[in-house]
Design a protein. Structure first.
Length: 350
């Protein structure tokens, strides 16, 4: 079990869409945590190049996260939303992208991580078929599946998952739900970790709104084997986080869930685009993602946060701006102090 080889129970979330870099993943690994590289949105050849870079920076175990593809959306649901955004495109002097479906290079990426014998391969947006899990385990990889409910956890265990990443609703970025349903049950991370501790017999990694060592200690006490943090690493110099995104993280603006940017529910810092279009966006991923991509890129280039998907967890105001290795060491020290303090309080007479 890779988690037994990791000195610090801190896992870097994949952070697809730009912030994920080999340098960030390697820094976390070298500091004793488990770094992840996001395969999402990368071409297979670009993923191969990133893996080469990562292998040159660390010899420690690492992980790669892969998106499980869904099904194409009805074009009639997408077209009205794209028409609605025409004025935004004119405002920024860009053309909206063509709303299209693709599977994010699913087969090629699976072949690549199998060939490279990546130590940990994790999955988001669904549960890989048992045959895929068997194939990767035969190649020497551990398979982790991100879940948001006990029902998803049970399905992942039946498919053969070695580890479950329990994503609470506090988490930034896309919800990892197998189905992006309007009536989905949203569990907080502590609630979900406790429930899974009673219902599954595989290790659980906790994710969602964890930004401090005290939070790491809390989920470990609740039964998690490690804590996965994403937003906390967005401010690191090794991350590929856009400057407009870094600036927004330092503010106290609250977050909200929205489909406005990609057609899939995700948590980000509230801004003009989210407030204006969130209630009108269809459930259509990745079609909406491709349609809005030029608009979001224009916002990043202009330093205009009003139209950028500022993915962040609920505790983003606590995000530090420090090197990743220093952050890992600080989290570990703070977690030990918090746990010791809790034990001391529990040991006091009633």
């Amino acid at each position: 079990m890779i988690l037994d080889e990791v000195p610090v129970p801190v896992v870097l979330a994949p952070l697809a869409g730009g912030p994920s870099t080999p340098e960030l993943a390697a820094a976390v690994c070298e500091a004793g945590g488990l770094g992840f590289l996001a395969a999402g949105y990368l071409r297979p050849d670009a993923l191969g190049t990133a893996l080469d870079r990562l292998a040159g920076l660390t010899a420690r175990p690492y992980g790669v996260n892969v998106f499980v593809p869904g099904a194409p959306s009805d074009p009639d649901r997408v077209a009205p939303y794209v028409d609605l955004l025409a004025g935004e495109a004119d405002r920024y002097g860009v053309e909206l992208g063509r709303p299209r479906f693709d599977d994010d290079g699913w087969a090629d990426k699976l072949a690549l991580v199998e060939e490279r014998r990546v130590p940990v391969v994790s999955f988001t947006f669904g549960c890989p078929p048992a045959a895929v899990v068997d194939r990767l385990r035969t190649a020497g990889s551990e398979v982790w599946v991100t879940v948001t409910t006990p029902e998803e956890a049970a399905q992942a265990v039946r498919a053969g998952a070695d580890v479950l990443v329990a994503q609470g609703v506090e988490a930034g970025g896309h919800r990892a739900s197998f189905t992006d349903a309007d009536d989905a049950t949203d569990y907080g991370v502590l609630a979900l970790v406790q429930l899974l501790g009673r219902t599954v017999d595989v290790p659980v990694v906790a994710a969602g709104g964890l930004a401090t060592g005290a939070a790491v200690a809390a989920v470990l006490c609740a039964g998690a084997r490690a804590a996965q943090l994403g937003t906390a690493f967005l401010g690191c110099p090794e991350a590929g986080t856009a400057q407009v995104h870094r600036d927004a993280l330092a503010e106290s603006t609250p977050t909200a869930l929205t489909r406005a940017f990609t057609g899939r529910t995700a948590r980000g810092i509230r801004n003009r685009f989210m407030d204006r279009y969130g209630a009108r966006a269809p459930r259509a991923y990745p079609e909406v993602h491709f349609a809005t991509a030029p608009l979001r890129a224009a916002g990043r280039a202009a330093g205009d946060p009003g139209v950028v998907n500022l993915w962040a967890g609920q505790t983003h105001a606590l995000v530090p701006s420090r090197p990743a290795a220093e952050l890992v060491r600080t989290l570990a020290a703070e977690a030990r102090t918090a746990a010791a303090g809790a034990l001391d309080r529990l040991g006091r007479p009633a």
